[in-house]
Design a protein around this ligand. Structure first.
Ligand code: KG4
Ligand code: ZN
Length: 338
């Protein structure tokens, strides 16, 4: 018997995503973002995000189905992000998923948002080798993970950020530099015209006595803010600041990720999450992995940022592993640990 089409729903932050996956194959997906509505506040406003999910959920599910040439009745299982994330936002996705699963009479699966980011790469490059090291870098997370079988084995947390996530650092520094929100892509663009060696920003937690897999970005954020404040009014060399900040973040992230692969004898590094879209993070990861004989896997940009396909990918793995579906009482877990 062939496995069912799995609908994945993601609504943990400002993106409403729906994706359809069957036996490891992406059939279609759609994403709506409320990012523009948050721009004037300089960050995601939870209440606005939750309302936007209510409006976007049905249209994105319909758009994903239309793109895949499928109908609602073709859905054989529903997977949904239960956390971590914004509670109001998560609640919209989980309620919608429950309603659909109940109406269609199909099993429901709760999915951890970060497991989704990890699984995103399987849709582009096939099953993940066991084991592999995964660097998750987004606006909410910066973690190094040791991943075995996603559907069966717990993910091992090698290290985490002690304060800000890398994406948060990009977003906050961009604001100080007068760049638009979201800051990551804006810094990436501004950096193209800058010199990455112009400002010697610190490389936090890279000393011999530091935890090799822990990260810290709040000091870097402060260093970038101080540097910007020390410039004469109107004379801020934004391109140089952006290139130097991006270089510092990319350096720390890739150095630690490659070191984790070497320490655990792992031959594959997977980089996922919104910050994996950063051009310098990608280039430096490629360079350092090639030098260390490590295979690098980075999903295409559309699967790096939050989306429903990655949640469907985990649901599909769970279905095929024979995992127990969730009860209809499935609740959200906004501060879910990994
Ligand atoms: O994974 P994601 O869409 O959402 C979560 O945080 O879960 O990641 C969003 C983050 C934001 O901080 C955004 O600024 C950052 O990813 N980002 C980038 C780039 N594109 C997105 N950061 C640096 N360079 C980029 N090109
Ligand atoms: Zn995410």
């Amino acid at each position: 018997m062939s496995s069912p089409v799995v609908l994945g729903i993601e609504s943990s932050c400002d993106e409403t995503g729906a994706g359809l996956v069957r036996e490891g194959r992406l059939l279609g997906h759609a994403v709506a973002s409320s990012m523009a509505e948050h721009a004037r506040f300089g960050g995601v406003v939870p209440e606005i995000a939750a309302r936007a999910h209510i409006h976007a959920l049905t249209p994105v599910v319909e758009e994903a189905l239309a793109g895949a040439g499928l109908r609602m009745s073709d859905i054989g299982a529903v997977a949904v992000t239960t956390g971590p994330g914004l509670s109001g936002a998560l609640q919209v996705g989980v309620s919608g998923a429950k309603g659909l699963a109940y109406a269609l009479g199909v099993p429901l699966y709760g999915v951890h948002h970060l497991a989704g980011h990890v699984a995103a790469d399987t849709l582009a490059h096939g099953p993940l080798p066991d084991p592999c090291v995964v660097l998750i870098v987004s606006g909410g997370h910066t973690s190094l993970l040791l991943v075995r079988d996603l559907a069966r084995d717990p993910i091992v947390h090698l290290g985490d950020t002690l304060d800000d996530a890398a994406g948060e650092c990009f977003d906050k520094v961009a604001r100080v530099f007068g760049l638009p929100y979201p800051g990551g892509p804006a810094i990436d663009r501004a950096a193209r015209a800058g010199n990455p060696g112009a400002v010697p920003f610190p490389r936090p937690l890279t000393g011999p006595r530091d935890d090799p897999y822990a990260f810290s970005f709040s000091g870097l954020k402060t260093a970038a803010a101080r540097w910007a404040e020390s410039r004469p009014a109107g004379g801020l060399p934004v391109a140089d600041g952006a290139a130097s900040l991006q270089e510092a973040i990319a350096d720390v992230l890739t150095r630690k990720a490659v070191a984790a692969c070497a320490a655990y004898g792992v031959g594959t590094l997977v980089v996922v999450g919104g910050v994996a879209a950063n051009s310098r993070v990608r280039a430096l990861a490629e360079q350092r992995c090639a030098a260390a004989g490590i295979t690098l896997r980075v999903p295409p940009l559309g699967l790096c940022t939050d989306n429903g396909a990655m949640i469907a990918a985990v649901g599909d793995l769970l279905v095929r592993a024979g995992a127990e579906p969730a009860p209809l009482e499935l609740s959200i877990d906004p501060s879910a640990p990994l």
